[in-house]
Write a protein that binds this ligand. Structure first.
Ligand code: PBG
Ligand code: ZN
Length: 382
């Protein structure tokens, strides 16, 4: 065993020993730097091995007292690194035609399909809670192969936008831009029959049309969610050419093919009638590609980036936060919401605490904006 001659008198700690190799010097300097305070004012001679010196120093309470800053609640708040406010939230609304309709979705307690008049009332209660931003999803009366309702000025979203904006001009209204709720096959664009998947470039043209319809009807921000390549370029060009260069695009830039969207497809009635979305949404296994996807959308001119889902992808949130200086949103998706709701129903979690801890986790990971079905409940607690 290596023996040290330890002389503790001054700060920093001095050790001396018979050998004088570089490694021994390195060990000594490590000891000095980690136990400097402990030996302040001590005087001690003797022969020790290294672990004895370390336990000696520990005996002098040579560890960090993190708990000092946790004792007083005011100080706890002063040193808090991350906070959530109602300004961080965008609340999703599902709109369908009709009047006086407010249907709760079985798989998502507290989430409703609403007719426009009910959505207008809902905005009153949102404002009362300090929530000023919503994202709209539409459930059309008629679905077809291209999703015509989404590109029509009298479609469900265009109509809802005009009426909501008339009733609540100061509400910031984002629209989800996709076709899966509007197509009879439930995929996110026009199908290419040969490839049996969404035809990327034809869908780009339709996305630009849909964006212009939304902007004309009063949308404040467009949020394309279909994961088509080049969608930001196409939508930006469309908006700019129609006089909407001031309308920002929040891209669902890194969106994974996730089973967490299950309950959403019940509300939005948007399940694909065949196959799945793995030929356009991302493989959950891919971290490097996740960064590339968002950076490509930044290059194309996206104003805000997004990671979706949120909970199982916080590493991706951090990665993109560090790779880009754009604002970053997360979508706290339907399955994430339902899991908490069902766990609360089963009595196995303290719902409110778990919800707040989850939302805080998104911000700590690097999100600026949280799209969440919890927004009302969270805002009520803040
Ligand atoms: C439409 C869209 C989906 C979600 C948001 N926009 C579903 C999907 O991609 O299948 C999911 C939202 C949620 O699960 O809460 N493309
Ligand atoms: Zn879609």
């Amino acid at each position: 065993m290596v023996k040290y001659w330890l002389y503790i008198n001054l700060n920093p700690l001095k050790t001396s020993r018979s050998e004088n190799s570089a490694t021994e010097e390195a060990k000594r300097s490590k000891l000095r730097s980690s136990h400097r305070e402990a030996v302040w004012g001590e005087r001690f001679f003797g022969e020790f091995n290294q672990s004895a010196i370390i336990s000696y120093c520990k005996g002098l309470a040579m560890f960090t007292r993190f708990r000092r800053k946790r004792l007083n609640p005011v100080l706890r708040d002063l040193v808090k690194e991350t906070t959530i406010t109602p300004n961080d939230f965008i609340y999703p609304l599902f709109i369908r035609s009709g009047e006086g309709i407010k249907n709760e979705v079985a798989s998502m307690p507290g989430v409703f399909q609403m007719s426009i008049d009910e959505a207008i009332k809902e905005c009153d209660s949102l404002k009362a809670l300090g929530l000023n931003s919503v994202i709209l999803f539409g459930i059309p009366d008629i679905k077809d192969s291209v999703g015509s309702d989404a590109m029509c000025e009298h479609g469900i979203i265009a109509t809802a936008l005009r009426e909501l904006k008339a009733a609540h001009p100061e509400m910031f209204i984002v629209t989800d831009l996709c076709f899966c709720e509007y197509t009879d096959h439930g995929h996110c664009g026009v199908l290419n029959p040969k490839l049996q998947t969404v035809d990327n470039d034809i869908t780009l043209k339709n996305l630009a049309k849909q964006a212009i319809v939304h902007a004309k009807a009063g949308a404040d921000m467009i949020a394309p969610s279909g994961m088509m390549d080049g969608m930001i370029t196409a939508i930006r060009e469309g908006l700019d050419s129609a006089g909407f260069s001031h309308i920002p695009i929040m891209s669902y830039s890194t969106k994974f093919a996730s089973a967490y969207y299950g309950p959403f497809r019940d509300v939005a009635e948007s399940s694909p009638s065949f196959g799945d979305r793995r030929s356009y949404q991302m493989d959950p296994a891919n971290r490097r590609e996740a960064v590339l996807e968002s950076l490509a959308d930044e290059e194309e001119g996206a104003d805000i980036l997004m990671v979706k889902p949120a909970l199982a992808y916080l590493d991706i949130v951090r990665e993109i936060r560090d790779a880009s200086n754009l604002p970053l949103a997360v979508y706290n998706v339907s399955g994430e919401y339902s899991m908490l709701k069902m766990a609360a129903k089963a009595g196995v979690i303290d719902y409110e605490k778990v919800m707040m801890e989850t939302l805080l986790g998104f911000k700590r990971a690097g999100a600026d904006i949280i799209i969440t079905y919890h927004a009302k409940e969270a805002a009520a607690l803040l």
